[in-house]
Design a protein. Structure first.
Ligand code: C2E
Ligand code: MG
Ligand code: MG
Ligand code: MG
Length: 294
């Protein structure tokens, strides 16, 4: 079960204990140490342009480097951290690590001008109206451009307080960030409602992608979603692309961007930096080639 939540991640608890109060309070205590001892790390997963497979964005995914159990998946701890409010401090650390990386990659000339770093935002950061303040303080601490930052929020989060969410998202956009809707298709929002929010990207949930080639209705949902999104001037990311068949279908359906294990698993910071280095060498090579032709 843990394996299905992402490779290199291992379940912290046996599933049968997951709901027990004891396991939960143990996890809360452990996670408090994770935060104070800085055991959280970021992995980075490329999101590629479907047309030329260049980097469009990099999604930041938190992991817990547990001293005894190795790398723990966020699926194991996010909901508890939201419940206790620890997710706020977690996110301070994650944003800080990720935006320090972005600043570093920009300074080294490795960051493609139009690429975004995509940060997952929790419901609590919106509900308590701390997101804007958090982003501003990151802007004071590190030198990067907000136009290279994207936030990912889920549909269900928006529905909790629609007017309040809209107000916060407007401010986020005014700061220059872009906004994407994560796990699209799993919530209840209508596209008519989304149309009134300042959104740039829809991420089609991987539950639709996984049955491409087997489930005609999932394929139809994907086609319809892409068409509607494009009519509303939104770009589309397809999540969870694991096979060549899925990739071919999604390219053909007009998905603007692709993300998934078939393209790249989430990478450590140093592995991501190597990817960016080879990408920038490749581009220099292409430009060098053009110069030779001239
Ligand atoms: P998400 O934002 O929808 O992230 C995508 C998840 O799908 C990630 O799982 C990623 O590793 C996984 N994934 C990517 N490609 C594939 C694929 O081809 N096949 C499969 N089976 N999975 C794939 P991960 O890293 O375990 O994260 C799970 C969820 O935890 C995320 O879902 C997000 O909701 C949450 N999360 C992760 N990092 C953060 C964070 O920094 N802050 C907050 N608030 N939530 C986070
Ligand atoms: Mg996400
Ligand atoms: Mg998702
Ligand atoms: Mg299905």
């Amino acid at each position: 079960q843990a394996k299905s939540q992402g490779r290199n991640c291992y379940a912290l608890f046996r599933p049968e204990l997951e709901d027990s109060a004891i396991a939960r309070s143990q996890l809360e205590r452990d996670f408090r140490l994770a935060i104070s001892r800085e055991q959280l790390i970021c992995h980075y997963q490329p999101i590629l342009n479907a047309t030329d497979m260049s980097i469009a964005a990099i999604e930041v995914l938190v992991r817990w480097e547990h001293p005894k159990r190795g790398l723990v998946s966020p699926a194991e701890f996010i909901s508890v951290a939201e419940h206790t409010g620890q997710v706020v401090e977690m996110s301070n650390q994650v944003f800080s690590m990720a935006l320090a990386s972005l600043a570093d990659w920009e300074a080294k000339g490795l960051w493609p001008r139009s690429a975004k770093i995509a940060l997952n935002v929790s419901a609590l950061q919106l509900a308590r109206d701390i997101l804007i303040g958090q982003l501003k303080s990151m802007g004071d601490r590190y030198t990067f451009s907000f136009s290279n930052v994207e936030i990912e929020i889920t549909e269900s989060m928006l529905m909790q307080d629609a007017e309040e969410s809209a107000r916060i998202l407007e401010s986020v956009r005014e700061m220059g960030l872009s906004i994407s809707i994560d796990d699209f298709g799993t919530g209840y929002s209508s596209l008519n409602y989304l149309r009134r929010l300042p959104i740039n990207v829809l991420k089609i949930d991987r539950s639709f992608v996984k049955d491409i080639g087997h489930d005609r209705s999932d394929e139809q949902i994907i086609n319809a979603t892409i068409d509607l999104a494009h009519n509303l001037n939104l770009k589309v990311v397809s999540e969870g692309v694991e096979t060549e068949t899925q990739m071919a279908f999604l390219k053909d359906a007009g998905s603007d961007y692709l993300q998934g294990f078939h393209l790249s698993k989430p990478l450590s910071r140093s592995a991501m930096e190597e990817w960016l280095e080879s990408e920038s060498r490749r581009k220099a090579g292409i430009q060098g080639g053009k110069l030779d032709v001239c």
